[in-house]
Each structure stands twice: as structure tokens, then as C-alpha cells.
Design a binder for this molecule. Structure first.
Ligand SMILES: Cc1cc2nc3c(=O)[nH]c(=O)nc-3n(C[C@H](O)[C@H](O)[C@H](O)COP(=O)(O)O)c2cc1C
Length: 417
């Protein structure tokens, strides 16, 4: 193996990508209130495509009101969305990049009031402590609706010109919540044994395949571990078993992340100094009841310290998991988490800890990161301050670190003329 692996082609199913670098999903809060694509969203994606990123994955798209997690989120809930989605895929394709749509059901990890409903659904009514949500158990009728809804959303994505679909089965959202014994305590055929907990994902995948055909790339984002200490979370071995089953079904690649919200947001990592005060004043937490919001704000320094202790940042922080998937699977394994330097990405691929890397925050700081790495140019660099994540789902996704944002704006003015 040689260096420069990052810039060598790879296939996901039948789709050839020019390099092994992916924009990981970031919910952008740039759509209309009812989920239509806007010019601002297109501009956001177009910049990343202009930067040469071989594959872009959209933020999580919902398909009905119960699956929706936030205002101004991308929707694939109706055929009337296809035209706008087509404008998005055309814009990305014009720059030679590929684009997948991520589809999901938020489950219990959303404040229902924020999206205009009164309750949330999950496999079982297990309290979600970060948002203070007690969901109700999803009914079998709703399960069937969700399976069909996700398949319809995937078919709309295909019609709109997406090069593939990513099923979001990570981060504690509904599909993940079905897999995890802590959140799935059902007594019917969707709960209990490994097979039963896997059933919902298998049904979703099967219904999607039926709609999009055998040759269309369908990939999955999955936790390497639920990182649910002292609760019945899934461990790396369990997750590898899930991925092996999905590979046997025909899934074309897996992206490895980790954690539920109640794990302590371990899928992000970095520093959290202003995170909790920001979330509870101007972020999604501003709508929490005061008995929840005020203690979080007061305990902010303690929470920052605690989160850094249970899940400290290191570049490629999910590699410890992705390498286990790499050993067990033949399909491409994508690792997300903390990447910012070319050397670290190269090392991860060359040492066979993953086949590809994906990046969220470092691309918010520098949408031209891929091209900059190719050219050996140092662009604006993410310092994982989580100012973007603190505003996620409430503000348009952007870099909110004043210094890095100023560098980014200067860079865009210079490079775009
Ligand atoms: C603003 C923001 C929005 C995000 N939205 C999504 C999302 O819609 N779907 C998803 O799977 N992950 C989402 N994530 C998580 C990222 O995809 C990624 O897993 C995480 O940020 C770790 O990668 P990074 O260290 O490169 O940022 C989001 C992250 C951020 C910062």
C-alpha cells in the first residue's frame, strides 16, 4: 500500500468514486418549514462539491411527522419534494461529485413540540433523559407505515437523481433504538432476541431494496458501540454481527459512528465549554421546561468536564470500532469522527482500519478541505469547539467559531473570486 490512498478510486456497489473522502451527514436547517430544498441549501452543498469532495451525504431526511426531528429539516415525505431534490443533485453533479440521501426516523430523540406534534414514538416507552421525552411505544401499524415510508423516501431519492441512499441506523434514532435492548423492551416479534431486534432494520432494508432495485447503492450508518454504560447497550461485537447480517442482505457499505444522545453525545466529542449554555439559550434546548434547562445551564462546566472524561477527543476517534468491521466485512467501511488532517486519514486507510473516511465538522470549517489536502494547502481548520453542533437543528448549519469562520470567509472570497 502506498500513501495517497485517500485520492484513489473506490467502488460502493456499482458506483465508482474518485476518492475515499466523504461528507458525512449534517442536518442543515436550511430547508423551508415543510422540508423543501432551498437555494441556500443548494449553495451549501455546491461549495462542498466545488471543493472536490467525491461523495456527499445529506442531512437526515424525514418521511412523516413522527419521523421529523427538527424544523427546516430536509423531507422526502411526498412526491412534491422530488423537483427540489433534483435541483440539489444536479448542482452537486455539475461539479463531478456524487450524492447520497440519508433517510431516518427520529424516534424518541426529539422534542415533539418543536416539530408540531404532542408525542414521540420509540420501540418502548423508555425515558430519554437529554431532552426529557417519555415516548410511547410505536404500534405495529406505525411500524408498517415507517417501513413503507422509508422505502417511499428512498424511491423518491432515486427518482431525484441521488446516487445512493444511506439508512441512518446510528445515534439512538428509531432504527438504532430497535436494535438496542436498553431502548427496545418489546415482547412481540420486534423485541427480545437479536433476530427480533434486527427485524425492523431488515424490513426497512428489504422494502427499500424492492423499490430501488438490486444495483442501486444502499449503505448504512451504524454505531460501532452504543456506549451506554451501565445500561443494556450494544457492544462492538453485537454491532459487527448486525453489519455482517446486513452485508449478507446486500448493503453496499457501512459508516461507523457511536453512541445515543444519552451516551453523552459521544458521536461528536471535542470540547463543550459553551455547548450547554448555547444549547439552552439559543439552541434546540431553549424550549425545554425551565426545571430541565436551568440546571443544565448551571452545570455546564461540570458537564463539559464530565463529557471530556467519558469521551475525550482524538483524531479518528471511532477507528477503534471501524477496524473491527473492516476485519469482518468485505464491503467498504467508512469511519467518521474527528478527522481533520490528511496524514491521519491516510494512516487510517493504509493501516486498514477503514476503507474511507467521512468528515462533518472539518468540512463546515473548510468546504474545500478535500482539494486543499490534494494541493497541500492549509485552509481554515476546525478545532472541534462544537459551536456548530450547539446550534444544530435550530440555526443554519455553519461555522460559529468567530476566528475559524473569518478565515473561512476570507478563503472563500479569495478562492471563488
Ligand atoms: C451540525 C451537525 C449536524 C449533524 N447532523 C447529522 C445528521 O443529520 N445525520 C447524521 O448521521 N449525523 C449527523 N451529524 C453527525 C456527523 O455526521 C458526524 O457523525 C459527527 O459530527 C462526527 O464527525 P466529525 O468529527 O467529522 O464532525 C451532525 C453533526 C453536526 C456537527
Amino acid at each position: 500500500m502506498t500513501q495517497n490512498q485517500l485520492f484513489t478510486p473506490i467502488r460502493i456497489g456499482g458506483l465508482e468514486l474518485v476518492g475515499r473522502f466523504v461528507k458525512s451527514a449534517t442536518t442543515e436547517t436550511l430547508c423551508t418549514d415543510d422540508g423543501f430544498v432551498t437555494d441556500d441549501l443548494i449553495e451549501y452543498y455546491e461549495k462542498i462539491a466545488q471543493g472536490g469532495t467525491p461523495l456527499l451525504i445529506t442531512g437526515n431526511a424525514y418521511f412523516n411527522l413522527y419521523s421529523k426531528g427538527a424544523p427546516r429539516q430536509l423531507a422526502a415525505d411526498n412526491d412534491d419534494k422530488i423537483l427540489g431534490l433534483r435541483r440539489l443533485t444536479d448542482a452537486v453533479h455539475r461539479h463531478g461529485s456524487k450524492i447520497f440521501m440519508q433517510i431516518y426516523h427520529v424516534g424518541r430523540q426529539a422534542s415533539p413540540r418543536l416539530v408540531g406534534r404532542t408525542d414521540a414514538v420509540s420501540p418502548s416507552p423508555v425515558f430519554e433523559p437529554t431532552l426529557g421525552v417519555r415516548p410511547r411505544a410505536i404500534t405495529r401499524e406505525e411500524i408498517e407505515e415507517a417501513v413503507q415510508g422509508l422505502a417511499d423516501a428512498a424511491a423518491r431519492g432515486q427518482q431525484a437523481g441521488f446516487d445512493g441512499i444511506q439508512i441512518h441506523a446510528a445515534h439512538g434514532y428509531l432504527i438504532n433504538a430497535f436494535l438496542t435492548p436498553h431502548t427496545n423492551r418489546r415482547k412481540d416479534e420486534y423485541g427480545g432476541s437479536f433476530e427480533n431486534r434486527l427485524r425492523f432494520l431488515l424490513e426497512v432494508y428489504g422494502a427499500i431494496r424492492q423499490r430501488v432495485g438490486q444495483d442501486y447503492p444502499v449503505i448504512m450508518k451504524i454505531n460501532g458501540s452504543d456506549e451506554l454504560r451501565l445500561r443494556k447497550g450494544l457492544k462492538p461485537d453485537d454491532m459487527v454481527k448486525v453489519a455482517q447480517r446486513m452485508e449478507a442482505q446486500g448493503v453496499d457499505a457501512v459508516e461507523i459512528s457511536a453512541g445515543h444522545y444519552e451516551s453523552g453525545l459521544t458521536f461528536e466529542r471535542g470540547h463543550w465549554r459553551k455547548f450547554f449554555s448555547t444549547v439552552t439559550t439559543i439552541g434546540v434546548g431553549r424550549n425545554l421546561p425551565s426545571y430541565h434547562r436551568i440546571p443544565v445551564r448551571l452545570l455546564s462546566p461540570l458537564l463539559d468536564w464530565g463529557l471530556r472524561r467519558i469521551a475525550s477527543y482524538s483524531e479518528g476517534f471511532n477507528l477503534r470500532y471501524s477496524k473491527l468491521f473492516k476485519q469482518a466485512l468485505s464491503i467498504p467501511v467508512i469511519c467518521v469522527g474527528g478527522f481533520v488532517h490528511r496524514e491521519a486519514m491516510e494512516r487510517a486507510i493504509v493501516s486498514r482500519e477503514c476503507d474511507m473516511v467521512s468528515v462533518a465538522r472539518a468540512l463546515i470549517a473548510d468546504p474545500f478541505l478535500y482539494r486543499h489536502m490534494q494541493e497541500g494547502v492549509q485552509g481554515p481548520q476546525c478545532d472541534f469547539c462544537n459551536a456548530c453542533y450547539a446550534r444544530a437543528a435550530a440555526w443554519p448549519t455553519d461555522c460559529y467559531n468567530d476566528e475559524v469562520r473569518a478565515q473561512r470567509d476570507r478563503m472563500l472570497r479569495t478562492e471563488l473570486g
